[in-house]
Design a protein around this ligand. Sequence first.
Ligand SMILES: C[S@@+](CC[C@H](N)C(=O)[O-])C[C@H]1O[C@@H](n2cnc3c(N)ncnc32)[C@H](O)[C@@H]1O
Length: 414
Amino acid sequence: MTRTGPGPAGAPAAAPAGDAPTGAAAGPGWPAIEPLLRAAADEHWLARAVADLGLDRVAEVVVEELAVRCDPVPVDGAAHLAFELTSGGERACRLLTVDRDGLTSKRDGWQAAPVRITHDAVDLLRGLYGPGTDRRTSRRVTTCAELNALGPAPGGLTAIVRERQRLAVAVQAVVAACQRHPVDLGGLSTRFGSDKWADLHWYTQHYERHFARFRNAPVRVLEIGIGGYDAPDQGGASLRMWQRYFPAGLVLGLDIVPKPGVRGPRIATAVGDQGDPGLLDDLGRRFGPFDIVIDDGSHLNAHVRASFTALFPHVRPGGLYVVEDLQTAYWPGYGGTVGPVAGPGTSVGLLKQLVDGLHHREWVPPAAAPGPSYADRHAVALTIYHNLAFVEKGVNSEEGAPDFIDRGWSAPPA
Ligand SMILES: C[S@@+](CC[C@H](N)C(=O)[O-])C[C@H]1O[C@@H](n2cnc3c(N)ncnc32)[C@H](O)[C@@H]1O
């Protein structure tokens, strides 16, 4: 694995091969945001994390997060707002610009903005990253004196009302970005340009069903296959979709092509071949354990099997390993089998093997030395849809049927 390129402003421009994936911040993983995510369950821990990081750096993290969560707004031109974070006696301000492309921020120019939105830093962070989906953060919205004092002018009252409405749309978009909302994963997929819904595939309905329990948790997600193939600045659609879907999630993408252009405050990327078990194990050790691993890479059957073997041990108990595009199990160009029965070397062959392994306690004779495999002992449930499989990790230790039940088999005499 090598680092794929420089992070955004503030991050070191490059790191030697073998270093961390790129992220929004310097150092391994997501150093600025991780302490805030870890502390988000408790106001006291959060206050300490804010003090450790410094309010200015926290403001940078927050406005990057708002840019992820703010939907484009139907305003004419751009609306400018001041955004103020307070903590104790300190404050940090940014100028937010909201338009049809979404939200961007600047350090300067906030003093002249016609509206100011003020939040307590700890309260807002708790709402953004903490537990509880219905938590509402408190805020103060202040309209500047000049705007309040405007009297009938060239354009008349109508022009004033129209300007205030334009600002109200922008304020609403920022306030909404500060709260949690239910999201439609299919809508996010099409919006960011992934083929997981209404395009080549119809996967997001299944993802919503299986990922709902993780949605508000501080999950770690690894997806193999960032997208965009040979173009370093293309791809990242599904990583952006997961970053938005999991409000407290950290998202790592792996691709065989470096992807320095794919960035986000909770996105990191790594470059490497999913057919290399050593590289995957290394990735798992450094950035796992993962709550969710998704294989949307080469879809070569040998790669799908090698990646599962290397990465399943790095999935957290209770987590999920997902394999997309099972159709290649039937395509010889991908190492699949011609005909209606996918062979043992295919992705579907792997899933059939996992069904057998799930029942290893029932085998007669019992599993021979060295015993059932790691996957046999840890895959506890399988759900298979058209072209898409979910493997749940756990401890597959339920006892087999008791010995007094006649299996119609007895061990041959020694
Ligand atoms: C279908 S695209 C991923 C799309 C993306 N997950 C999405 O939904 O937006 C597949 C990606 O896998 C990458 N890929 C191909 N072979 C690979 C390999 N051996 N290891 C890692 N990535 C690979 C390609 O470069 C390509 O960008």
